[in-house]
Design a protein around this ligand. Structure first.
Ligand SMILES: [Zn+2]
Ligand SMILES: [Zn+2]
Length: 786
C-alpha cells in the first residue's frame, strides 16, 4: 500500500529539511573548528611568542663582496649571514623545487602533504619523514628537537608563526643561513666561502645544486671527502631539474659536466690587521662592508711579504703599507705587517697604526704652510749653516752643511737646518695646528711638549696619518677623513693648505734629480709618475716613503717592530722601492701632467743668488712660482754698492766719504751666519774693507750675534774637570776685531773667526760682544758648578 500523495510529500519534505539541517550543522562545526583553531593559535601565539635570535659570524667584506675574513660565533660555529641579494633566482628555484614546491603558496605548513604523510604513515605503520615545509625546517633549525609527533606539532605551530611574522624571502634566507653542512659549518654562505672560496651570488648551477643537497646528508656528503658521491647525487638532481624543465637544458648539460673540487679551507684570511681593526671598530655587525679592493689587497700583501724577505739579510724584518684612493678617500689596501702569522717578528703588530718617528716626512707640509704664509717661494734662499735655537742645534742627515740653498733644494735634499729655520719663522703652533687638523693624534695629545725638532721627526705619527696628509696634497690641499665602510657618508674636505701651495710642493716632490731616488731606479724608466718624500728616523729605526699621484696615495713603512735600528736602513733605499713596486702594480696612469697649475698661482723670474726679485746687478735669474699678493716681493740685495778708497783698503759711509779719491765697488752681501760658515769652511770671501777709522758715525745694524753661550740658559760646569766656556759670535762682513766682556770687564780681544775660551765664575753672568764699529750685543747666562 502506497501512502497517499500528500503523506509522501510530507515525508520527502521532512527528509529534505533534515538533510539541510545536517549540512548547516556540519558547516557550523567546520566554522567553529576553524574559529576555535584560530583562537587557539592566537592564544598560543600570545603565550608562546616566537623569538628568532640567531648569532652570526662577523665577516668583513671587500668592496666587491669578497669575504676578507670571518670570525667564529661564540658557539664556535661558522655561520655567516647570507644577504637577500646573494640568493640568486637559480638558487631559489633549486632549493624550492627540491624542498618545498608550494613554498610560496602555503601558510608555513602544507595541509595536503601533511594529510598524505599521515595516511602513508598509517599504511606503512612506521614514521616516515616528509611533509616538512621549508618554514617547518627553519622552525626545527631554530629550536632543534627530537622527531616526535608532539614536536612535529610544535614545529607546525612555529612555522605558522614564522609565516605570519616574516616574508617568504626572509624565511628562505633563514633556511639558507641555518642549514647544516657538517662539522661547525652552517648555512650556504659559510659552506660556499669555506668549501668553494667564493660568495653564494657567484655560484654556478652545478655548485649551488651540490650545496643544496649536502644538508640532507651532511655527514656522508662531505666536500673534499666524498666529492664523487656528491657529484653523483648532484647529477641525479640536475636530471630531475631537466625532466621538469626547471632550468634550460643547455645550462643543465653544462652543469652535469662540471667538476666539483670543493675542499675544506681554513676560511678566508685577507687583510687580517684591517679586519681585526674593523671588527673592533664596528662591534655587533654581522657583515662589515668595507671599501677595500680585494685584488689590490692580495697583490700588496704579497709584494710587502716578498719585499721584506729580501731585507732579512740586513736584519730588517717588517714593513707595512697603505693605499688610499684619493678621489673617494677610501682605503683600498691595508697591510699591517709583512706576515701576520710570523710571531717571531711580531707579525700581529699593526704597522699602519703603530706610532713611530716620522723622520723628514712632515717637511713638505711645513714648506707648504710657509708658502701660504708668504714667507718663501720655491726659489727663496735659506742658509744651511750651523744655527742655535735656544740651545737646539739641528744637524743634517749627512752631518754637513750646504751654505745658501733654495727651498726646492732644501726640500728635495731634505736638509734639516732650513726646515728648522722656516719652522721657527712660520711658528710651531701654526704647524702643529695644521697637523692636528689632519688628525695626527699623538701630535695633538703631546702638543705642549713639542719643539722645533717636530719637523725633523721629534714626534710620533702613524703610517695612516702620514698617508692621510699626503692624500691632502693630492687633493689640492684639502684633507678628508678616511671612509672605512661602504655606508659611510661622504666626508667634508677641509683646506689645510692652498691649492697653490699643494701645487708647488707636488712640483718639487715629482722631480727626479734628488738624492733619495733609490740606487736601483737611477736609470730605470720604471719610476712611477708620482710625487714622493722619504723619511728616516733618528737611529735608523724607521724607513718611510709616501707617494701620490692624482689617483692614489701609497704610504710605506719598513723597519723592525722591536725598534732595532739598522745602519743600512733609509727611507730612500729601503722604503721607496717598495712604494714604487706598489704603484707600478696597481696604478697604470700614464698622465704625466696630473699636477695642474691653479689659477691663483703665477710664475716670475727671480735672482738665482738671493731668490728675490732681480736688481740691475743680478746676472743670473731663475723661473719661480709665486702666489700674487701673498709671496714675498723684496728686491735682490745680494750685492752691496760700497764707496772705497782707491787702494780698496778703507770703506766709507755717506757721512765720511771724501769728496775725491774714492771709487764705487760691488761686494757680496753675506749674512753674519753664512759668513762665519764660509770662514769655517775656508771659502775665500772678498770682505768689505775696514770702515774709515776716522768715521764718527755709530752703526746700529749688524751687531754681533752671540752663538755661544746661548742667551738665558743655565750652564752646569764640572768644577773639578775645569770645563771652559766658549765665546763665539757671527758678525757682519766689515768686522775685523771683536771685544768680549764678562760682567762689563774685558776678557778678550779676538778676530771674528776664532772662538774664545774662558773660565767662568759661578752665578749670573752678563756677556757682551762689541765689534770694531762699536756695535754691541749683551746676553745673560747662569753658571752652576757641580
Ligand atoms: Zn741678485
Ligand atoms: Zn763712515
Amino acid at each position: 500500500m502506497t501512502p497517499p500523495l500528500s503523506i509522501r510529500t510530507i515525508v520527502l519534505k521532512t527528509h529534505r529539511a533534515v538533510q539541510s539541517n545536517r549540512l548547516l550543522s556540519v558547516c557550523r562545526r567546520i566554522l567553529l573548528f576553524f574559529l576555535g583553531s584560530f583562537l587557539f593559535f592566537f592564544l598560543l601565539n600570545v603565550f608562546f611568542p616566537l623569538r628568532v635570535d640567531i648569532e652570526y659570524s662577523t665577516i668583513v667584506t671587500a668592496k666587491d663582496g669578497t669575504v676578507l675574513k670571518a670570525y667564529l660565533t661564540s658557539d664556535e660555529k661558522w655561520r655567516m649571514y647570507t644577504e637577500l641579494e646573494e640568493i640568486t633566482p637559480e638558487m631559489q628555484h633549486a632549493i624550492i623545487y627540491k624542498e618545498d614546491k608550494y613554498f610560496y603558496h602555503h601558510p608555513g605548513i602544507n595541509p595536503v602533504s601533511i594529510a598524505r604523510a599521515f595516511v602513508n604513515n598509517i599504511i606503512s605503520g612506521k614514521r616516515t619523514s616528509g611533509a616538512s615545509t621549508i618554514t617547518m625546517q627553519v622552525a626545527r633549525l631554530l629550536q632543534p628537537k627530537d622527531r616526535t609527533y608532539g614536536n612535529k606539532l610544535i614545529e607546525m605551530f612555529r612555522a605558522l608563526q614564522l609565516d605570519m611574522l616574516y616574508s617568504k624571502e626572509e624565511i628562505l634566507q633563514m633556511y639558507l643561513n641555518l642549514v647544516p653542512y657538517g662539522g661547525n659549518i652552517e648555512g650556504v654562505k659559510a659552506a660556499s666561502v669555506i668549501y668553494l672560496e667564493k660568495t653564494p651570488s657567484v655560484l654556478s648551477l652545478a655548485e649551488l645544486t651540490a650545496l643544496s643537497i649536502i644538508p640532507n646528508r651532511p655527514t656522508t656528503l662531505r666536500p673534499g671527502v666524498n666529492n664523487d658521491v656528491i657529484i653523483a647525487e648532484r647529477n641525479k638532481w640536475l636530471n630531475r631539474f631537466k625532466a621538469d624543465g626547471v632550468f634550460d637544458d643547455e645550462i643543465i648539460d653544462d652543469a652535469l659536466h662540471e667538476a666539483f673540487n670543493a675542499f675544506r679551507t681554513e676560511g678566508p684570511d685577507i687583510a687580517p690587521h684591517f679586519c681585526n681593526r674593523m671588527k673592533q671598530q664596528y662591534p655587533g655587525e654581522a657583515i662589515i662592508k668595507t671599501n677595500l679592493n680585494a685584488e689590490v689587497q692580495m697583490q700588496s700583501e704579497k709584494l710587502v711579504q716578498d719585499y721584506v724577505k729580501q731585507l732579512w739579510g740586513l736584519d730588517i724584518h717588517n714593513g707595512a703599507a697603505i693605499v688610499i684612493d684619493n678621489h673617494t678617500h677610501r682605503i683600498i689596501s691595508y697591510v699591517g705587517s709583512a706576515d701576520f702569522g710570523n710571531t717571531f717578528d711580531a707579525g700581529q703588530v699593526d704597522g699602519v697604526r703603530a706610532v713611530r718617528s716620522p723622520g723628514s716626512t712632515l717637511k713638505p707640509l711645513l714648506y707648504a704652510v710657509a708658502f701660504d704664509e708668504g714667507l718663501i717661494t720655491p726659489q727663496s734662499i735659506v742658509s744651511d749653516v750651523p744655527v742655535n735655537f735656544s740651545g737646539y742645534s739641528p744637524e743634517n742627515y749627512d752631518e754637513d752643511y750646504h751654505g745658501d740653498v733654495n727651498i726646492e733644494y732644501a726640500l728635495s735634499h731634505s736638509l734639516n737646518v732650513p726646515a728648522v729655520k722656516v719652522l721657527n719663522e712660520a711658528g710651531l703652533n701654526l704647524f702643529t695646528g695644521k697637523l692636528t687638523e689632519c688628525n695626527f693624534e699623538s701630535i695633538e695629545s703631546h702638543k705642549k711638549d713639542l719643539g722645533l725638532s717636530v719637523v725633523l721627526g721629534g714626534c710620533g705619527v702613524t703610517l695612516e696619518e702620514l698617508a692621510g696628509l699626503y692624500a691632502a696634497f693630492a687633493n689640492k690641499g684639502s684633507y678628508a677623513h678616511i671612509k672605512w665602510l661602504q655606508k659611510d657618508a661622504d666626508t667634508v674636505s677641509q683646506e689645510i693648505i692652498s691649492p697653490s701651495a699643494a701645487f708647488m710642493i707636488t712640483e718639487i716632490l715629482t722631480q727626479l734629480t734628488r738624492p733619495d731616488l733609490p740606487n736601483f731606479y737611477q736609470h730605470a724608466k720604471n719610476v712611477p709618475l708620482v710625487a714622493w718624500k722619504t723619511g728616516t728616523s733618528y737611529g735608523r729605526k724607521d724607513a718611510w716613503s709616501v707617494g701620490y699621484n692624482d689617483n692614489y696615495t701609497i704610504g710605506v713603512w719598513v723597519g723592525n717592530f722591536s725598534g732595532k735600528g739598522v745602519p743600512e736602513l733609509s727611507g730612500a733605499n729601503v722604503a721607496t722601492p717598495l712604494m714604487f713596486n706598489l704603484f707600478n702594480a696597481i696604478d697604470h696612469t700614464t698622465n704625466k701632467d696630473w699636477n695642474t697649475m691653479p689659477e691663483a698661482i703665477d710664475f716670475r723670474y727671480v735672482c738665482s743668488v738671493s731668490g728675490k726679485l732681480p736688481a740691475d746687478f743680478c746676472n743670473n735669474v731663475a723661473l719661480d712660482y709665486f702666489i700674487p699678493g701673498i709671496s714675498p716681493n723684496e728686491t735682490c740685495d745680494h750685492l752691496v754698492n760700497m764707496k772705497v778708497s782707491e787702494n780698496e783698503k778703507i770703506s766709507y759711509c755717506t757721512s765720511c766719504v771724501p769728496e775725491t779719491g774714492y771709487k764705487e765697488k760691488y761686494y757680496a752681501h753675506y749674512s753674519p751666519e753664512i759668513l762665519a760658515w764660509m770662514q769655517m769652511k775656508n771659502i775665500p770671501v772678498t770682505k768689505i774693507p775696514e770702515h774709515n777709522p776716522d768715521c764718527e758715525r755709530i752703526f746700529a745694524d749688524g751687531a754681533p750675534a752671540i752663538t755661544s753661550p746661548v742667551n738665558n740658559l743655565e750652564y752646569y760646569i764640572d768644577k773639578l774637570d775645569k770645563q771652559k766656556m766658549m765665546l763665539s759670535a757671527n758678525v757682519s762682513h766689515d768686522v775685523q776685531t771683536l771685544f768680549w766682556y764678562v760682567n762689563d770687564k774685558l776678557v778678550s780681544r779676538s778676530t771674528p773667526a776664532s772662538p774664545v775660551f774662558i773660565d767662568p765664575q759661578e752665578g749670573k753672568l752678563k756677556i757682551s760682544c762689541s765689534d770694531d764699529k762699536g756695535r754691541n750685543t749683551n746676553i745673560e747666562v747662569e753658571v752652576i758648578f757641580f
